[in-house]
Design a protein around this ligand. Structure first.
Ligand code: AAT
Length: 275
């Protein structure tokens, strides 16, 4: 019998993936967790029926959410990831020689454990001595830390339920305070095609707090719309003004210095959205 996983992109449109095997399926304290092996995208982490990351295309998201802020900051030493229990962002962060400590604050310990077991190519850096893992709510964690991180990365689920508070002005104020005086924040901010109002609101919330706020895009096949937005808020450094001739070589599959420039060039419908 053929098994297909269906993710609703929006009411009335869905993506489907042929599943070879279900490796784990459980109700955690916070969500319905599954890791399945699929024919086209390999193993994938699915939370509450929504694809979070897949072995085949995770490189796009994890490289872009990390290298854009880390190559914008001239000397990032201490980095925080909120969410991201799969470890993909941590793996990319630790490719930067300047980084002394990368803290992962993930609310759901089961995500970390199951990804360590079934997605080793993504979670491989979680055991690195420079990585510190904290299992708890990112909203609380950020509130309790002041003037501490050079870069904060919000690698969260979509803006519902446990992740709702991770999108919006109050949280961004706390992030501003948790950053050092020249700190940078970045968040995954959804699909401008299906959720234009969300992208607009989140961008405006960030723009009200950070002196420099920019939107950049990346092509992610398994995320709704295939073309995903990230919002970057910075106290001092402009990510679009980086001298890309000075960016050192890094082992990546999507990110390049040219992509660093190009990802901020927006189609007209997205420019209009954040005007
Ligand atoms: N690296 C790509 C994977 C993710 S998963 C996002 C993680 O955020 C989940 O493991 C979830 O448990 C965690 N999370 C949600 N809310 C909180 C919170 N309040 N504090 C800490 N962690 C939290 C991102 C996928 C994006 C999907 C796009 N459709």
């Amino acid at each position: 019998m053929e098994m297909w996983l269906k993710e609703m992109q929006i009411e009335g449109a869905a993506m489907t993936y042929k599943v070879k095997e279900t490796l784990v399926r459980k109700k955690t304290q916070y969500q319905d967790l599954a890791i399945v092996d699929t024919e086209i995208f390999g193993r994938m982490l699915v939370l509450d029926g929504i694809v979070q990351t897949t072995v085949k295309d995770e490189f796009v998201y994890h490289e872009m959410i990390t290298h854009i802020p880390l190559f914008t900051h001239p000397n990032p030493k201490k980095v925080l990831v909120v969410g991201g229990g799969d470890g993909g962002a941590i793996r990319e962060i630790l490719k930067h020689k300047s980084v002394e400590k990368a803290v992962l604050c993930e609310i759901d310990g089961d995500v970390i454990e199951e990804c360590k077991k079934y997605l080793p190519e993504i979670s491989c850096a979680l055991d690195d001595p420079r990585c510190e893992i904290f299992v708890g709510d990112g909203i609380q964690y950020v509130k309790e830390h002041k003037n501490e991180f050079d870069v904060i990365i919000v690698d969260s689920t979509d803006p519902f339920s446990i992740a709702e508070g991770l999108f919006g002005g109050n949280f961004y104020k706390d992030i501003y305070n948790a950053l050092t005086e020249d700190g940078i924040f970045v968040a995954q901010t959804e699909t401008p095609f299906y959720l234009p109002e969300t992208v607009k609101k989140v961008f405006n919330d960030a723009r009200n707090i950070f002196p420099i706020t920019k939107l950049f895009m990346a092509a992610i096949p398994t995320y709704p719309g295939g073309y995903w937005s990230f919002t970057i808020g910075s106290k001092k450094y402009d990510p679009t003004e980086v001298d890309i001739t000075k960016i050192p070589d890094l082992d990546t599959k999507y990110y390049t210095p040219e992509i660093h420039k190009a990802c901020f060039v927006l189609p007209k419908y997205i420019q209009e959205l954040i005007k």
